[in-house]
Design a binder for this molecule. Sequence first.
Ligand code: TRP
Ligand code: SF4
Length: 331
Amino acid sequence: MNKERVVLSGMRPTGPLHIGHLFGALANWKRLQDEGYRCFYMIADYHALSTEYASMRQTKYYTEEVAIDFISAGLDPEKSTIFVQSMVPEHTELHLIFSMIVPTPWLERNPVYKEQKKQLIEKDLNTYGFLGYPVLQAADILIYKAGYVPIGIDQLPHLELTREIAKRFNYLYGDTFPIPEALLTETPKIPGTDNRKMSKSYNNCIYLRDAADVIKEKVSKMFTDPKRVYKKDPGHPKTCPVFIYHKIFNSGSAEQIERECRGAVIGCTDCKRELGEMLARYLGDIRDRRKSLEKDKKSLWYILNKGAERARKVALATIKETKKKAGLCYE
Ligand code: TRP
Ligand code: SF4
């Protein structure tokens, strides 16, 4: 089957986006958009519901924030279809059809499912919907017949299930869906300011919406090489998150910093000041674009409504075809 050049990916609206999302995902999404792929980028609010169902008060706010982050990071609503999942109800129809053909052991043995149930103990995730999380994700991807899915490694087991579901549908009802491939990001993972994984719950993120002085303040408190107590001690940039940031954001002078850190020439305070200023400048353009969208929610919802309309056209055609193939056609 011709995969065309259709791309789909999504993020859950469970918080504002940080620089990990920018380099881990959005930069990749933008590249695909600019290379002329037909891109669908979705805010997965139903997926948020699957774990946050008891506390959805913030979801509308986060949905708007994520949409603003998408656009200000360079996703162009003229080129890419940017939309909210629950505004395209055909996703749920395809999810239901898939749910009839997916054997439950496929879902129960999914490592992401097992891991999350263990980790998110404060939530009751013994629900039908949470078990079916990857089935909905398969519907998200296959309803656009996407051949390419830019995701992080952590999402690979979900994509594997999408591929299995597509094959099973094709086997039962005839060739319908392409077997999509993951497009993994090549950028190294950005650590949090404390050198742990960057995560909202660790309070160690630099957000796209942070003001310049907030960024500088956060960077000034960053974790550095613990073996370097005094300026005269040689540093170990390879294990220092400040240096990892320098390498990503400051390709020009990263080599010099590496040399001066090892040779105990540059001190950590100066090294961080330089990074803070650069990062604030780097994120400045995004922040400027953010400001105009924040003020004009009407335009934002205009974009999201248009996106949903465009997505629905494709989704509707697939759902018609799918129902017909599965024997649900009464015309
Ligand atoms: N599960 C993804 C995440 O947590 C979000 C998502 C939902 C998604 N549907 C998708 C990603 C479809 C890629 C394709 O990040
Ligand atoms: Fe890290 Fe910079 Fe200090 Fe070296 S000089 S340890 S790279 S903060």
